[in-house]
Design a protein around this ligand. Structure first.
Ligand code: TEU
Ligand code: CA
Length: 548
């Protein structure tokens, strides 16, 4: 079944969504208390970021027990209630599985580190040092190198992320069986699918040779991702697990490009339904990565969307997202979160919900939450941010300048507590939240937007209903016009029965469309209240027309 094509997904970062017991940490009962709100947005599927037992070095992406609920988040009975609550409301739940690595506190890793001859040794990737050198020159995603020394056996283990996230050895069939068993465990509880964390990295370059490049994105694609066995493993996972359930799967895919995407999501491949690629997410990264940013260019962005649509049409299916828990807030990154905050948040909602592919809305984007700028590095919690800071300071970077980069790029931008109302801590918790609330919560919060028919929140609801009532916006063909225009994003969606035009002005300027559209068109949704001529586009204006 392909219900996941029509679905709209809402991503929850549980730590930051809603705290129910006043310890300052979001939790499962908190999510349960907001299910009516989630349903009211009009979404179909909830994607929960990891909720398994974890020491939280990377907020749950370091799992120490895949069959237990994180103590901070509640108990298994809370999970069962949550799942029922989601199903009772006609929605579905997908979980976030972390198959590439575990926590170093997982019992497999503890055993693995103990001795060379224990049965868990080969669950992870161990190498001896030669001449006191590291096994190779691979860098970690979170600064520093990707090897950690372990004195028990005088050897190094590989960790592409933090040193508390050792990489599993997928070459070992026992490891694969363990992961498949865990997936069965959750499917038997009744969940509806998985988002698979960095699943493109489960097969590394054979022999783990040192990299010849210094550019991190090149290292990912040449050494870490798309290894020779990744498709064998995914096909096996499909045979052993996925094909037994009516489920949805989306693989997170660093290193997945236009050239290899169909190997993962091609209709006849028997692997995954969808992947997340990062074509548009790394668009403002310079050669030194995210802390070496270059100005983002709408023309490049449109080309990414166009090429991916072209690649996947008829052969696969895309996922449409503009942000998540790892990236800055979409209205701060692709919109104008100052003078045109409301207009640009609505425009981005229109973009997200009128493309071909399954749209993913990240919590808080539906109320236009923005980036945050904490004064002190001590207010940041994210391991990626903190390690990058440490690294930059050791290399002698100017703290003030680097702080500006942190403000722009930190993953914590997306992780500040959800802004529910204008009361203390934005209604997220009665205790001091684990991460500071954004100061703008009195201005931007769900409660005030609930009552306002012109709010960002109500615009998302309207735009979702436009998509639902006009399935051509889901399945229809797509063509972008004025590809080289640096401010306008104009596209046509059609099938044999219906025809739509989506007109977006991603700039602070007035623009006039330079070509004619059909005379008889009905305006379905507009982020300005006063109607104008179709070819006039005010700053950050977005309009969807249906040809009569
Ligand atoms: O992210 C993988 C990934 O590619 C990110 O590290 C991304 O490049 C980075 O965050 C950009 O700054 C996944 C999860 O989404 C992330 O939260 C985890 O930290 C990571 O895997 C490790 O599990
Ligand atoms: Ca709590």
């Amino acid at each position: 079944m392909t219900w996941w094509k029509e679905a709209i997904v809402y991503q929850i970062y549980p730590r930051s969504f809603k705290d129910s017991n006043d310890d300052g940490i979001g939790d499962l009962p908190g999510i349960i208390s907001k299910l009516d709100y989630i349903k009211s947005i009009g979404v179909d599927v909830v994607w929960l970021c990891p909720i398994y037992q974890s020491p939280n070095d990377d907020n749950g992406y370091d799992v120490s027990d895949y069959r237990e609920i994180m103590t901070d988040f509640g108990e298994m009975s809370d999970f069962d209630k949550l799942l029922n609550g989601i199903h009772d409301r006609g929605m579905k739940l997908i979980m976030d599985i972390v198959p590439n690595h575990t926590s170093d506190e997982h019992r497999w890793f503890k055993a693995s580190a103990e001795s060379e001859d224990n049965p868990y040794r080969d669950y992870y990737i161990w190498r001896k040092s030669e001449d006191g050198n590291l096994p190779n020159n691979w860098p970690s995603f979170f600064s520093g190198n990707a090897w950690e020394y372990s004195k028990e056996t005088d050897a190094y283990y590989l960790h592409l992320f933090s040193k508390k996230q050792p990489d599993l050895n997928w070459e070992n069939p026992k490891v694969r069986e363990e992961i498949y068993d865990i997936m069965h465990f959750w499917f038997k509880k009744g969940i509806d699918g998985f988002r698979m964390d960095v699943v493109s990295l489960i097969s590394k370059k054979p022999g783990l040779p040192s990299s010849k490049s210094n550019v991190f994105t090149e290292i990912i694609s040449d050494y870490y991702a798309n290894g020779p066995k990744v498709h064998e493993y995914l096909k096996e996972m499909n045979q052993e697990v996925l094909r037994h359930y009516d489920c949805m799967t989306v693989g997170e895919g660093p290193g997945i490009t236009l050239d290899n995407a169909l190997n993962y999501v091609g209709k006849d491949r028997g692997e995954l339904n969808m992947i997340f690629h990062f074509g548009h997410m790394y668009i403002d990264n310079g050669p030194g990565g995210k802390y070496d940013p270059i100005p983002y260019d709408l023309v490049d962005m449109k080309k990414v969307f166009n090429q991916w649509d072209e690649k996947l049409k008829d052969k696969g299916w895309g996922s449409i997202f503009l942000g998540n828990h790892d990236f800055p807030r979409i209205v701060s990154r692709f919109g104008n979160d100052g003078m045109y905050w409301k207009k640009s948040a609505k425009l981005l909602s229109t973009l997200l919900l009128s493309m071909r592919g399954t749209p993913y809305i990240f919590q808080g984007d539906e109320i236009g939450m923005t980036n945050v700028a904490f004064e002190s590095i001590d207010d940041y919690q994210d391991i990626e941010t903190l390690n990058s800071w440490k690294d930059a300071m050791e290399k002698g970077s100017d703290p003030e300048k680097f702080m500006e980069l942190v403000h722009q790029q930190s993953r914590d931008n997306a992780r500040t507590p959800f802004q529910w109302n204008s009361e203390s801590n934005a209604g997220f918790s009665n205790a001091k939240p684990w991460l500071k609330v954004n100061d703008n919560f009195e201005l931007i919060n769900a409660e005030s937007q609930e009552e306002d028919p012109h709010s960002v929140l109500n615009f998302y609801r309207n735009m979702i209903s436009v998509r639902k009532k006009n399935p051509t916006l889901v399945h229809g063909d797509y063509k972008c016009y004025l590809v080289e225009d640096p401010e306008l994003f104009i596209f046509n969606r059609w099938d044999e029965h219906h025809n739509y035009w989506v007109l977006l002005n991603l700039s602070d300027k007035h623009n006039t469309l330079s070509f004619n559209l059909p005379e008889e068109m009905t305006l379905l949704i507009n982020n300005y209240e006063e109607v104008n001529a179709y070819n006039e586009l005010r700053p950050w204006e977005s309009k969807v027309y249906k040809v009569n």
